[in-house]
Design a protein around this ligand. Structure first.
Ligand code: GDP
Ligand code: MN
Length: 331
């Protein structure tokens, strides 16, 4: 495992890859929350939402990560909101900063190009650091994780333990919202993916979900991806040889900096190629909002889980959603 998170005070017994649920009845799992100190208001709202709708009854630990040290104020406000263990880690420079071997002149031209096209975060180096970190370095310590971001909201009670569901059903990746990427941010990503597949056909699962990310049997990327601000997934999948080789291959291309490859398309393409399609799970019963898009369940679950979202504005079958493509994998 090459990830180099600095200072997580997690007992060494949880460092290994343990498959059995601890005696508490919990899975070997945690929340992972990357944040800046300035995100604290949105962090507090998100933690409260997760705790109210799920974690108050389960007590899964929280891991907060930052490229700087968290302030006392940040840690104080977070600790007030949960009885579960909370860990604050600072990310090592190598896992965060633009590597020295990246050609800064070429990277700068890439940023200017995306800025001129008014692509969101087009000119931002920190955003690129974040995407590369989330692609290649965040996974450590636990087996399953649930990613949380500032300002996200959960609208329904969750009546079961999704980590245990993942474990029992051998799922590796769970999502709530899927949509299309800005093409200019991943201009050469699919070319790299095709080269990788050619060099490493052994990593491609015969029952893959290629049709989720390509409409022409792999010739082109259709820009579909799972929105990675929510993820419940198996870190063993990221630590396994297929993804490690894939990340190394993409990293060497420099596209995290020369373009603005997001961790969402990177994770999604990997899940679509290296896992069985039935190992990818749509959490229809997890009502979730990030920025302008939300997934809200309709039907019996809505009342049973005391939901507060509006099912009529659910993103699921709108024009830019990729959910139908996902469902077609199984029809
Ligand atoms: P968006 O969801 O793609 O619009 O991007 P966000 O601004 O929400 O960033 C994604 C996640 O990375 C959030 O959890 C942010 O708090 C975190 N993040 C983004 N940039 C930085 C950064 O420079 N430093 C740290 N520590 N976290 C960051
Ligand atoms: Mn966000």
């Amino acid at each position: 495992v090459k990830s180099t998170l600095a200072t997580l005070p997690v007992p060494s017994s949880t460092h290994s890859v343990a498959y059995n649920a601890p005696p508490s009845g919990r899975a070997n799992a945690t929340f992972v929350f990357l944040a800046r100190n300035s995100d604290i208001d949105g962090v507090a709202a998100a933690v409260q939402s997760v705790e109210d709708r799920f974690n108050r009854r389960h007590g899964y630990p929280w891991v907060f990560l930052n490229d700087e040290y968290f302030t006392e104020q940040f840690m104080f406000r977070v600790r007030l909101l949960t009885d579960a263990p909370v860990f604050f880690g600072r990310i090592e420079r190598d896992a965060w900063n633009q590597p020295d071997w990246i050609d800064e002149e070429k990277a700068r031209k890439g940023r200017l190009k995306l800025m001129s096209q008014r692509i969101i975060y087009g000119g931002s180096v920190p955003y690129r650091n974040m995407c590369r970190f989330n692609s290649g370095f965040f996974f450590k310590q636990y087996r399953y994780y649930w990613r949380v971001e500032p300002g996200v909201k959960y609208f329904c009670d969750l009546s079961y333990d999704p980590f245990k569901m993942m474990q029992e059903q051998e799922k590796v990746y769970g999502f709530t919202i899927s949509l299309m990427e800005h093409k200019a941010t991943v201009a050469t990503l699919w070319q790299a993916v095709k080269e990788f597949i050619e060099q490493h056909p052994e990593h491609i699962d015969p029952n893959n979900a290629l049709d989720f990310v390509s409409d022409d049997a792999g010739a082109n990327y259709n820009l579909c991806h799972f929105w990675s601000n929510f993820e419940i997934a198996d870190m063993d999948f990221w630590r396994a040889p297929a993804y490690q080789a894939f990340f190394d291959f993409l990293e060497a291309k420099g596209g995290f900096y020369y373009e603005r490859w997001g961790d969402a398309p990177v994770h999604s393409i990997a899940a679509a190629l290296f896992a069985r399609r039935d190992q990818i799970h749509f959490f229809r019963d997890i009502a979730y909002r990030h920025d302008d898009f939300e997934h809200c369940p309709a039907g019996e679950q809505y009342a049973a889980n005391r939901c507060s979202c509006n099912p009529d504005t659910s993103f699921d079958y709108t024009d830019h959603s990729c959910l139908r493509r996902f469902e077609n994998l199984f029809s």
